[in-house]
Design a protein. Structure first.
Length: 205
């Protein structure tokens, strides 16, 4: 786990609630990284309306859509793509109409990075965070990994994310890394416990 990245998300998670004083919560307790690896370990594919994934206590449901309404999720050795019923297509593309891959998490998370498969030449991707466009026609880097930590946390935090491609681009989603962020009630509860502990120590002294 990258301590610098975790600390960044932990500070952001706690910063909105801490206005002075000391909160005894480690960065790892406040936020942690979860990597979802979508690549199959065998050279076969599987197609279904949806797939479910779980990493530790974080759940993810993946669905797909195609412009003609026939889209299904297809898993391969290079990750997740969209199958629209027209042949053996395995990527997210727009060749036969817009295709969308939806990631639906069980809780709010912040995007940290994504890796892509079946990348050729100048393949680019589009990404919506919730209903807001974050990336439009962004070239996939040569190492096939895109780092989202340069964006503001509010821009990359949601429960749903959707990937599409413009005409001429096609790719698969091989993995995604997210950071969990505690709910406000959880943070406030930790602050209350910390405050009670501080009062008790002062009384003893």
């Amino acid at each position: 786990m990258n301590a610098c990245v975790v600390t960044r998300f932990a500070v952001a998670a706690l910063g909105g609630f801490v206005a002075g004083g000391i909160l005894s919560v480690s960065p790892a307790e406040a936020a942690s990284l979860k990597k979802f690896d979508f690549s199959r370990k065998v050279i076969t594919f599987e197609t279904a309306p949806s797939f479910d994934f779980t990493v530790d206590d974080v759940t993810l449901n993946v669905t797909a859509d195609a412009e003609d309404g026939t889209g299904q999720v297809r898993t391969t050795v290079e990750g997740l793509g969209v199958f629209d019923g027209k042949g053996w297509r395995r990527e997210i593309d727009a060749a036969g109409g817009l295709e969308t891959l939806f990631l639906n998490f069980g809780q709010k998370v912040s995007l940290v990075s994504a890796t892509f498969g079946y990348v050729d030449g100048n393949d680019a991707f589009n990404l919506f965070v919730g209903e807001n466009s974050l990336v439009n026609g962004e070239d996939i880097p040569d190492n096939n990994m895109f780092d989202f930590t340069g964006f503001d946390l509010l821009q990359t935090t949601a429960k749903t994310f959707s990937f599409t491609a413009n005409l001429g681009s096609d790719y698969s989603l091989k993995s995604i890394t997210v950071a969990t962020v505690p709910e406000p009630t959880t943070v406030l509860g930790l602050m209350a416990i910390s405050a009670l502990g501080s009062v008790a120590l002062k009384r003893k002294s």
